[in-house]
Design a protein around this ligand. Structure first.
Ligand SMILES: Cc1ncc(COP(=O)(O)O)c(C=O)c1O
Length: 425
């Protein structure tokens, strides 16, 4: 059976929702729109960095600015009420999507990084002190690693890392040792943006809770690509970014368990997050607004809900099936080349991305040659420098897939990688 026959949905129909995929590349990137020398079909395989935006999501943004642009929460006039209802209901859409109890547990942030910083500052600076520890993994993204590292320096808490095995999995024996009675927080990436490893969050949550520690799941790569339910995972915090699931940039989500959010002080102070202010003191709005100071990203929040509704049209199980199909196919074809080192677990045990190096070709050169073929991948450390240190490489190339990618595009990747290898051999 052809791999294409196993697609869980009609990929050509999906592609029609993303006009950018019809773009040609090859011209001078500094003259956008003025250069007519673009003539190579785009093969976009950089979805772990950011995904494209389908027409219904673009429409949601345009409808807001054309139809009911206004500030939220504070207005009595009709436009403000319409904007407020749409913005507030977007929180409900997110809550339903991730299995949260309600909008109280859903805080809109700028992105995953800001969600991590919110918890690190508002919870970490208050709760951590010398003698405590925070447990991360060697495969954390800098968004979590740098944040907890710096909070550790300020509070005196020890920051320790669960080791990664040679197969790219978490060493769960090491996890059971490192999470101890002094652990206050376990912060773990759900799907690694470099290894593609899918970490056992529920098992880690149980380990953390047995020691009365909290757990924070970095779901930047998992919420966009598979069903994620905060109740099933039993996490205390979880974060993801809108721009990695067909939404716009400038909007992210922090899920927090209501009782913990209630006990935390705000992270940012100002308008929209207060109830009563005097010259002497202030009191705070209810959740989630207590953590959303100032004018929020209104259009982006509304468009995030549109993106979630768009993905729910496929069903996240089928999104996951498509991701896995392409990742496994790419893994097998890259392996067959015989001169490619792939990082992370086998093809049938990973999220929708493959990071690799081609013998004799630096990842940046590879990415640049692939660009000449119209193939967009990422090269570098993918914000996991310490993990690359443990892998013994400075950089890697990464191809990552989404709902609109096809088997033919993976074939185009392989052809371009072969071309690059020939050039350097
Ligand atoms: C696993 C992981 N965590 C965190 C982030 C940070 O996301 P953002 O840059 O949207 O804050 C990323 C982005 O690549 C990621 O892949």
């Amino acid at each position: 059976m052809e791999v294409q026959e196993s697609y869980p949905f009609d990929v050509e129909a999906v592609r029609a929702d993303f006009p950018i995929l019809d773009r040609k590349v090859g011209g001078d990137p500094t003259t956008i729109g003025q250069d007519d020398s673009d003539d190579i079909p785009l093969v976009y395989l950089d979805n772990a960095a950011t995904t494209h935006t389908p027409e219904p999501v673009v429409d949601a943004i345009v409808d807001y600015y054309r139809g009911y642009n206004a500030n939220v929460h504070r207005g009595i006039h009709q436009l403000s009420q319409e904007a407020s209802v749409a913005y507030e209901e977007a929180h409900d859409t997110v809550a339903d999507f991730i299995g949260a109890a309600g909008r109280e547990e859903v805080i809109f942030t700028k992105n995953t990084t800001e969600a991590m910083n919110l918890v690190a500052y508002a919870w970490g600076l208050e709760e951590l002190s010398a003698g405590d520890n925070v447990v991360l993994t060697e495969m954390e993204h800098h968004a979590s690693l740098v944040t907890w590292q710096q909070i550790g320096k300020r509070t005196g808490a020890d920051v320790r890392f669960i080791e990664v095995t040679d197969e790219g999995r978490l060493d769960m024996d090491d996890a059971a040792e490192k999470i101890d009675d002094d652990t206050e927080m376990v912060s773990v990436v759900h799907v690694s943006n470099t290894l593609g490893t899918v970490n056992p969050i529920r098992e880690l949550a149980d380990l953390a809770h047995e020691r009365d520690a909290l757990i924070f799941a970095d779901a930047a790569q998992s919420v966009p690509t598979r069903p994620v339910d905060v109740t099933d995972l039993d996490v205390d915090f979880l974060a993801f970014s809108g721009h990695k699931l067909c939404g716009p940039t400038g909007i992210g989500v922090l899920y927090g368990r209501e009782s913990i959010l209630e006990s935390m002080s705000p992270y940012l102070y100002g308008g929209e997050m207060i109830r009563r202010v005097t010259f002497e003191d202030s009191t705070w709005e209810d959740l989630p607004w207590k953590f959303e100071a100032g004018t929020p990203s209104i259009a982006q929040g509304i468009a995030l809900a549109a993106a979630i509704e768009y993905l729910e049209g496929f069903g996240m199980e089928r999104v996951q099936a498509h991701e896995e199909l392409l990742a496994e196919y790419a893994y097998d074809r890259l392996t067959d080349l015989g001169y490619v080192d792939i990082y992370g677990p086998p093809g049938d045990e990973r999220g929708g991305l493959v990071a690799f190096n081609v013998e004799g070709v630096h990842a940046h050169d590879l990415s640049s040659i692939l660009n000449d073929y119209g193939v967009a991948i990422r090269a570098g450390d993918h914000c996991t420098q310490p993990l690359h240190d443990t892998l013994g490489v400075a950089a890697s190339a990464r191809a990552s897939f989404y709902i609109y990618n096809t088997v033919e595009e993976v074939d185009a990747l392989i052809e371009a990688v072969s071309g690059a290898h020939e050039l350097f051999a």
